[in-house]
Each structure stands twice: as C-alpha cells, then as structure tokens.
Design a protein around this ligand. Structure first.
Ligand code: CJB
Length: 833
C-alpha cells in the first residue's frame, strides 16, 4: 500500500517542506547545523574533514530536494526511461562537482572563509568513489553527468562495492595493492532498506504443465541472497534534474539466516553464512581489458542484473501497461558484456513468471536492449564455462540454449550447409569445457550494437563480429564515438581556463554546448589572450610540480616540457615504448657535448597508472619506470634536462590535476587495439598537444583539430597483421636504436637486468606482438619534432588554442544525444517549472 497523506493534512507538510539555501548566510546556517547536530561536533573540534562533511551535507540537502522532485516528475509523466547497466562507475569526488553543477560554489567559498576554512582544503578531504578500473568505468560516470544535464529520465544501475579499485603503493619500485575501503564518511549514498530483492542461485529446474496443458519451468533455488538498494543523487549542470544511480549491496536474505544452526548452538557458522552472502558485492575485480572467469564474478553479474531487472519490471508493472509496450517505456544499455545476463533474465521473467509466449517475449527483449562493445582484445571477451553456468544458473543456461537453437535455425535457413558459419556464430563454443560466448548473446539479444570510435566500430564489423553483419545486415551495428563531460574535465579541473574562455565567449554556455568553443579561433592571434592562455598552463604545471614533490620527493622544473602518459598499464597501451624512448633520450643526452646540451629542451616524463595485480608484464613495466627514474633523477650530469616521474595511485582526482598540466601527452597504443581512449580528449581540451598512433579516437581528434596540431607516428592498423606475420616467418629485425636501449638495460644500468628479462624477450624473442620495435624509430623521430616545435612557443600556443577551439565534437552531451536518438529512442523530460 502506498503511504499517502490525506489532502486536508497536507498543508502542514507544505508549510514545513525542506527548502534550499540560496545565500551565503543560509549556507552557513545549514553548515553549522550539520556540524552541530548531524556530526555532533562544534566550533571547538571542527577539523577539515568535518568542514568537508558539513559542506557536503549542506549541498546534499539541496540535491535531495531536487532529486525527490525529479523522481516524482519522472514517475508522473511516465515517459520512456533509460537504464544504464554498468559494473563500473568511476565517479571520483562528488562535492566539487555538486557545487559547480548547482552553481553555488562561490557562496560556499565565502561562507567557508567566514567560518575559518579554505574551500580547497575541504574539497580535497573527500575520498574518490573509485568503483571502476579505467576508461569504461569513467565513461559510465560521464554518461550519468550528461544524461542529467540534458534532462533525460535516466538511471544508472551498478554494484555497491565495499572495496573499489585498490590503492596503489610503490615500494622499492614495485606496485603493491592496498584495499580501498572508501565508505567511511560517504554522505552521498542513501541506503533504501525498504527496497530489497531476493536473488536466487544454484538449485534446479522443474517442468510442469499449467491448467491449459502448457509446459512451464520453475527454478527452485539452492541459495538466496538479498540485494539492498543504495541510491546516489546525480545532479545535472545548471538544471534541476537530479537523476539516480542505484547501487546494489548484498546481504544474507532475511529468511536465509539459518535458525536451525543458530538453535543448535552453531551461531558462528550461521554468521559465516551471512558473511558469504556479503562477499558478492565486497570487491571490484581489478582487471582492465581482461576476463578471468571467476565464479564470484559471475555471481556479481547475475546478482546485479537480476536485482536491476526486478526493479525495472516492478516500476513498469505499476503503470498497468501491456507487455508489448515495454520497449516503448524502457531502454536498457549494456556497458560491455558484463550485464549480458540481463537479456536472459528478462526473457526468463517474461516466459516463466509472466507467462508470455517465447516469440513475443523475445521481441520485447530485443526491442529493449542495446549493447556497447569496448574492446577487440581477445583476452577481454567474456566467456563462461557451461558447467559453471549450469551449476549457478541452471534455468538461464536452458534459456541460453533455446536462444541459441532458434538463432542457429534461422542462420541455417539463410546460409544452408555452412557448418563453419554455424560453429563460428554459435553462443556455445565447442571447447573443453564448452564455453558461453557472452558477446554473442549480447548481439543476438539487442537491437543495436555500437563501437566507441569510428575505427573501432569498423573493426568489430570486419573482424570479431563479421559473421553477424552478414546475418543481420549492417543496420544492427553502429558507431558512437566516445566523449567526456566538459563540466568535470574543463570547468572543474581547470577553472582558470574555463573562466578565460567564458570571458572571451561572453558566458559559460560552452559548458552545455561545447561546439561554441569554435569562437575561440578568432582570438588565436591575440597577443594578450595568448599570454593569459600560457600563464594558465604555467600555473597548472606548478600545481602538478607541487603534487609531484609531495608524492615522490622529486623537484621538477616547471619550465620543462611536461610529457605525460597516465592510464592503466597494459602492454597494448605501450608504456614500455615510452620508457624505452626515455632511456634512448637519456643515452643521447649523456653522449652530448656541453654545447649540444644547451640546445636540449628539458623534459619531465610523467607516468601514472595501475597494473592488474596478476599482470606480471604490466608490473615489470612499472618497475622499469621506477628503476630508470632512480638512476636518471640522481644523475647530476643530466640535471633538469631529463626527469622521470611515476605518480603513484593514479585516480580521477589526480587526473583532474594532471590533465590541465601537460604540454604533450602520450596515446601510443598499437594501431587497432585501443577502442577509443578518452584521456586523449581530456588532454586536448585542456590545451595540451598529443603524440599518438593512428588508433581509436586519435583519428577523429586529428580530423577535428587538423593534422598540423597533433604528432602522429607509427604503423597503421591495416598493416598490423602483416607485420606480426612477418615477425614469425620473415625473421625479426630489432630496431638498432632499441637494440642500444636493450643493451643498456642488460648491462645493469638500471639494476639487476634479470628483472627486465620478460619485457625484453617478449620483443626480442617472442614476436613483438605489440610492434614496439616496428614503431620505435618513428616514435623517436616524432619526439624530436615535438622538441623542435616546443621551442617555438608562439606556434605551440596557436596549436593549443586552435585545438581546444575544435574539440566541441567530443562533448559527452553529443554522445548522449546520439545514443538517445539512434539507440534508445528517448526524449528529454522538459523540466520548466
Ligand atoms: N575499456 O576500460 C576498458 N575496459 C575494458 O575492459 C574494455 C575497454 C576501455 O573503454 C573505454 C571507453 O569506451 C575506451 O575509451 C578504451 O579505449 C577502452 O580500452
């Protein structure tokens, strides 16, 4: 029964209904009230952490008011909604973002100053919400920001991990992983203990006939775990829309606590069962672009998909519409294949629980789902063993087999006698054990499949999903090139640049229509403007230099060229190419005469990123970077001409300091391997130039900003296969400059060379799969060009300004609108009050 207050009593409610602070005085009132009552502190023991909490709570009050209104309005108007299912949401900090979106940051700054605090100190107390690994998780977070800003009725669904991505510590040059318990002092989540779903696992399926003689299936569970909803408000920028991110937490089902054990005196074992249930949402798997096939991961996936679908279906059923209208009311986007079980679960609900016929149910399923692919790397494509799935989700496996049967029958009809085709496209891989190919379910069960940049979308159509293009025709496949939210990645990360742009363009409209940046080009030749532009970069470099000093103890000269590569450590992203290039630079400088050295452009090579804990090669790369840093940074003969820095524990809040401070950043993956990349966009939007391969979104960035404004190098995607083939069959020739680098490493210049054996032998002896040697020469030559062009600062500034002016295309708002139009078919909800 819905609780509702009778009309005559509502007056009292309205009179006392919560109101938002609108002035500095009211902010201070709310702040002090929260310090004194919510936190039970006072002016005598209010430290910076408490000041953060007080500020966050004051802003949270505002968000809640708008959040409630938004949800009421969305329920009332009952138009089609989007549900973004993602196992990762890499949110970063929320307070600064909330202040800027709500538009009261200046008020808070002044208020906090009155009360004895600096706003920056309060903001930096917040722990990052790091419920993601890298680009895929951050894209989900950018989606949430953009969907709210554009007033789409949209929810995110994810898992409330107790531990997000691990904290990285560097000990003697090695990465160590420390658990990241992030939930203390988190004011942004609201437990909804009344919104719970019981989720089944294991058990068996029984067949029975209903009263009409129809064969039905019932899944008797072996174990039940409860999903509890935790809601997080997502404010849009300068709009009242505040959307919802619902994260599920697992706990023992109320009926599940084993009272028999308890009564038998086995209290400890009963509590242990409770803890087992809680492990489902305990930890984020720390792999990026890699799947490990662990049972607990599959449990996480089903737990989250089943809870989310139950919630979505429950909401739909409240409206008493016919099932056929489901796809007109609900769009569900699958962020990679991780939520693919949602397809199977919806089919199960429709046929087993709601009693629909298979075909009708399947039409609804296809109409509802869209699937985004983020990688072509084979090791990242999810497969689950059939026996594992049989045990954990017996009914789902049956449905998967049925989906496959009907699908293969239709393929057989169109391509008779093509057995190879059938085995290639089958959902089941006939290996030992048999495997369920999740991407195949995702393609077969969705009406649209998209890649995340043009090259990547072409590659999926011509390589991994080629057969499906033949079967379904090209229309099921589409491209939506990734983007980034300019609110966090320009306005929040680089307030000075944002303010300068606003001054020139006459306001902040560019933050919601990034194409307006193009007007900046008219100021390219304006000397004063250029000075201000370069002063801002200089200040941002100083800010990063301070961070580097704090974190590593190394002092770097902020007048050097800052060369940055920050992203997950992965062989395909080729941080090894970068560090080998650094060693080459070091050797070159060492060989120079004092006269020659005068012409060297001083450089700081900055790295950051986490390696998956079980990824040995990636960890060796980190160790090599730190080993090179230890030698180069202490070499007085080199001084400021070269410094090497590894920033530990790279995360969203550090990215906000790093991106605005680069002169050049590196996006140097083997061509054809990086689906899009999004940090490339962040760096360019902040006035940095980039060096990169013809890969992912680098190609479209080049098209937008012009090839004179980017440093491209290396082999093309179309040549990669040939080169790899030649490495094995035509003999492998190591690049001579790279050979010299290897000889230096082997001589022990950077410590015990055996630590780097596998890195070197993967190139020298095992086929150089990532083409480091093939690209080395052009990489070095291109860096020489970077040095040369950096010396002409006026030209460099012109490139920087022009590039920013042409980055409008990469706004997440363009991305969101494209999904809304071409995949979801949803409209924004006009919120004019
Ligand atoms: N991506 O972060 C991940 N994790 C994966 O497991 C697979 C792909 C990344 O997704 C980003 C967002 O689409 C892409 O920009 C990036 O190229 C890709 O590696």
């Amino acid at each position: 029964v819905e609780a509702s207050i009778p009309e005559p009593l509502r007056e009292a409610w309205r009179k006392h209904s919560a109101t938002e602070f609108t002035s500095k005085d009211e902010f201070e009132r709310d702040f002090v009230r929260h310090i004194e009552t919510t936190l039970a502190r006072s002016l005598y023991n209010c430290d910076e952490l408490a000041a953060y909490s007080g500020t966050a709570l004051a802003f949270r009050d505002r968000l809640i008011i708008e959040w409630n209104r938004t949800q009421q309005r969305q329920t009332f108007t009952d138009q089609k909604r989007v549900y973004y299912l993602s196992l990762e949401f890499l949110m970063g900090r929320a307070l600064d973002n909330a202040m800027l979106n709500v538009g009261m940051k200046d008020v808070a700054r002044d208020g906090l100053a009155d009360l004895g605090f600096r706003i920056e100190d309060a903001i930096t107390q917040e722990h990052d919400a790091a419920l993601g690994n890298g680009g895929l998780g951050r894209l989900a977070a950018c989606f949430l920001d953009s969907m709210a800003t554009l007033n789409y009725p949209a929810w995110g669904y994810g898992l409330r991990y107790r531990y997000g991505i691990f904290k990285q510590e560097i000990v003697n040059g090695y990465q160590m992983e420390v658990p990241d318990y992030w939930l203390d002092n988190n004011p942004w989540e609201f437990p909804r203990h009344d919104i719970t779903v019981d989720i089944q696992f294991y058990g068996h399926v029984t067949k029975y006939q209903d009263e009409n003689g129809k064969v039905c299936h019932s899944w008797e569970s072996g174990e039940t775990v409860q999903a509890v909803a935790y809601d997080v408000p997502i404010p849009g920028y300068r709009t009242k829309t505040t959307n919802n991110l619902r994260l599920w937490s697992s706990k023992a089902s109320s009926g599940e606590f084993d009272f028999q054990k308890f009564n038998a005196g086995d209290y400890e074992s009963a509590v242990a069962d409770q803890q087992t249930a809680e492990t489902i949402s305990a930890v984020l798997y720390p792999n990026d672009n890699l799947e490990r096939g662990k049972e607990l991961r599959l449990k996480q996936q089903y737990f989250w998909c089943a809870a989310s679908l139950y919630d979505i279906v429950r909401r739909f059923k409240k409206t008493n519409r016919a099932w056929s209208e489901f796809p007109d009311q609900v769009a569900i986007q699958l962020n990679d294949t991780h939520p693919t079980l949602a397809i199977v679960e919806l089919q199960r609900i429709l046929i087993d629980v709601e009693g629909l016929e298979w075909d009708e149910a399947w039409r609804i399923v296809i109409g509802t789902f869209g699937y985004t692919n983020h990688t072509v790397l084979p090791e990242a494509l999810e497969k689950w063993s059939v026996p594992l799935m049989q045990n954990l989700l017996p009914r789902h496996l049956q449905i998967i087999y049925d989906i496959n049967l009907f699908f293969l029958q239709s393929v057989e009809k169109r391509f008779p006698n093509d057995r190879d085709m059938l085995s290639r496209v089958s959902i089941i891989e006939e290996s030992h054990p048999k495997m369920v190919r999740m991407a195949h379910i995702a393609i077969i069960g969705s009406h649209k499949v998209n890649g995340v940049a043009e090259l990547h979308s072409d590659l999926i159509k011509t390589t991994i999903f080629k057969d499906f293009v033949q079967i379904y025709g090209p229309d099921r496949f589409t491209n939506v090139t990734n983007g980034i939210t300019p609110r966090r990645w320009l306005h929040q990360a680089n307030p000075a640049l944002s303010a300068l742009i606003a001054e020139k363009l006459g306001g902040y409209e560019f933050l919601t229509d990034l194409t307006l940046l193009d007007k900046l080009e008219t100021f390219v030749d304006d000397k004063n403007f250029r000075r201000e532009w370069s002063d801002i970069k200089a200040k941002n470099k100083l800010r990063l230099a301070r961070l580097i000093k704090d974190l590593t103890g190394y002092s770097v000269n902020p007048n050097s060229l800052f060369d940055v590569q920050v992203k997950r450590i992965h062989e395909y992203k080729r941080q090894q190419l970068n560090i080998f290039g650094v060693i080459h630079r070091y050797l070159s400088i060492k060989a120079m005469t004092p006269e020659q050295r005068k012409k060297v452009v001083p450089r700081v090579s900055i790295f950051g990123g986490k390696a998956a804990p079980g990824y040995w090669m990636a960890k060796s790369i980190i160790y090599l970077i730190n080993s090179v840093a230890a030698v180069v940074n202490k070499d007085d003969d080199i001084g400021d001409l070269l410094k090497v820095i590894f920033i530990e524990d790279y995360n969203v809040s550090k990215a906000e300091i790093i991106c605005p401070a680069s002169d050049i950043s590196e996006h140097i993956s083997t061509a054809g391997t990086e689906a899009s990349g999004t940090s490339n966009m962040k760096f360019v939007l902040n006035g940095g130039l980039i060096i990169g391969t013809c890969d992912g979104a680098n190609i479209e960035i080049t098209r937008e900003i012009g090839e004179q404004n980017i440093f491209l190098f290396g082999n093309l995607a179309e040549d990669v296969e040939d080169l790899r083939h030649r490495h094995f069959y035509g003999g492998f020739q190591l690049d001579p400059q790279l050979k010299r680098v290897f000889e230096t490493i082997k001589a022990g210049t950077f410590g015990d060379p055996s630590s780097f054996n596998s890195l070197i032998s993967s190139i020298e002896e095992h086929g150089d799969y990532y083409l480091v040697s093939d690209d080395f020469n052009s990489y070095i030559a291109t860096h020489e060009m970077v040095d040369k062009e950096f010396q002409n600062q006026e030209e460099w500034l012109a490139k920087s300004i022009t590039s920013v002016a042409r980055m409008g295309f990469f706004s997440m708002d363009r991305v969101t609108n494209e999904y809304a139009d071409s995949i979801w078919n949803v409209e924004p909800l006009d919120i004019a009050d």
